[in-house]
Ligand binder design. Structure first.
Ligand SMILES: NC(=O)c1ccc[n+]([C@@H]2O[C@H](COP(=O)([O-])OP(=O)(O)OC[C@H]3O[C@@H](n4cnc5c(N)ncnc54)[C@H](OP(=O)(O)O)[C@@H]3O)[C@@H](O)[C@H]2O)c1
Length: 359
């Protein structure tokens, strides 16, 4: 890898939290980037404790052992923690931040709006420790930055819509999917409340984008939709019964003067027996209505040397693009003043250190 970012500077010392779908990609990215050094790793699963982190991530041993001892990780005094657990633990985040350790997270944090009182705890911990908390991912996260950047050529913005439209059959995180309504009976009256709670971080992303437009929103609302699978759907680690939810779509809307000005839409489908049979765009689409109106589409493709034998293998690309916005932000987050930081506070995070050299 290129030495561009690390050149002339000590690498930033990083502690990793978890080696799940996203966490594994974070570990591999930290190991590969000369500006970063992996000094510790937290394991949530008891059977991962005591194992080499390289082994947990499918590569050769790296000499760092996973631990469940947060105190031991604090004692390493890392510059930054990369935080990728399935569900965030506010107590642990507070301990990190109070100890002066900056955090980059993909675990449902953007502005903290949806965290209620816990937002104030995070902000207080940042102030106490002189640390910075930054949350991103692909969506929410980078996709919202794409929306903001796309509107940067307009002298009038009527609305910005960002749509994530993907087939997520290969995403192996059943609890995360169940939390937004997947697998529930299609006529379950509790579904809308469940989706609103499970996707609440998209409301934060709406707040972020409204902030970029210089707006104080009147309201932020979630409008969900569902599709069922007509047959039993087996995805390996879990399954969805016939007539249960295998498609979750929604629109998080930022209302300003009675109309949606920022809209964050998602359309997630699983399997080939969806009713209605939602067409997915396999990417991220930004529509800016304004002068000019702007259409931006972000699509990803495997590189020629990418080896995949199953649909699930391709999900690695999705996990890379979830992890890297956080990894690439580390230098800016470490340099940022204390507090909760968003893309509106940081200089442009750059993809530095990723150009292969030496053939
Ligand atoms: N913004 C985006 O674009 C985006 C996209 C995808 C995911 N995400 C978020 O990123 C985070 C990681 O996603 P993922 O797919 O990597 O998740 P995952 O693989 O399902 O779980 C990640 C790790 O969390 C730990 N864990 C397991 N059960 C847990 C529980 N009940 N409470 C807390 N931690 C638990 C485990 O850690 P060990 O490995 O240590 O055992 C697991 O490997 C999630 O919060 C997810 O919502 C964001």
């Amino acid at each position: 890898m290129s030495a561009a970012r690390g050149e002339g500077r000590e690498p930033l010392r990083v502690v990793q939290f978890t080696t799940g779908n996203v966490g594994r990609r974070s570990v591999l990215a930290v190991l590969a980037n000369p500006a970063l050094e992996l000094v510790g790793c937290h394991a949530w699963s008891p059977d991962k404790v005591g194992r080499d982190v390289g082994e947990l991530c499918g590569v050769d041993p790296v000499g760092v052992t996973a631990t469940d001892d947060v105190e031991a990780l604090l004692a390493l005094a890392p510059d930054c923690a990369v935080y990728n657990p399935k569900f965030p633990d506010v107590d642990t985040l507070v301990r990190l931040l109070e100890a002066g350790i900056d955090v980059v997270s993909t675990s449902v944090f953007i502005t903290g709006r949806s965290w209620g009182d816990d937002k104030a705890r995070i902000a207080a911990a940042c102030a106490a420790g002189g640390a910075t908390m930054f949350g991103t991912g692909m969506n929410p996260g980078f996709a919202n930055l794409l929306g903001i950047v796309s509107a940067g050529v307009c002298d009038r913005v009527d609305s910005i819509t960002v749509l994530e439209s993907v087939d997520s059959t290969g995403y192996d995180s059943p609890d995360t999917d169940r939390a937004v309504g997947f697998g529930r009976p299609i006529d379950d009256p509790g579904l809308p409340a469940m989706t609103e709670e499970g996707t609440a971080v998209f409301g934060d992303a709406v707040e972020l984008m409204a902030g970029a437009l210089g707006l104080e929103l009147d309201d932020i609302v979630c409008v969900p939709e569902y599709a069922r699978t007509t047959e039993h759907l087996d995805m390996g680690s879990w399954s969805i019964d016939a007539d249960c939810v295998a498609g979750v779509a929604g629109s998080w809307q930022g209302i300003y003067e009675g109309r949606p000005v920022v809209e964050l839409k998602f359309c997630w489908r699983k399997g080939g027996t969806l009713e209605p049979d939602w067409r997915v765009e396999h990417g991220y689409i930004v529509e800016v209505a304004g002068r000019p109106s702007v259409h931006t589409k972000l699509q990803i493709f495997p590189p020629e040397d990418f080896e995949a034998t199953s649909f699930a293998d391709y999900m690695v690309l999705g996990m890379i693009m979830t992890s890297l916005p956080a990894i690439n932000a580390i230098p800016a987050v470490v340099a940022a003043p204390p507090g909760i930081a968003t893309y509106l506070d940081l200089p442009l995070p750059t993809p530095s250190g990723w150009v292969p050299s030496g053939g």
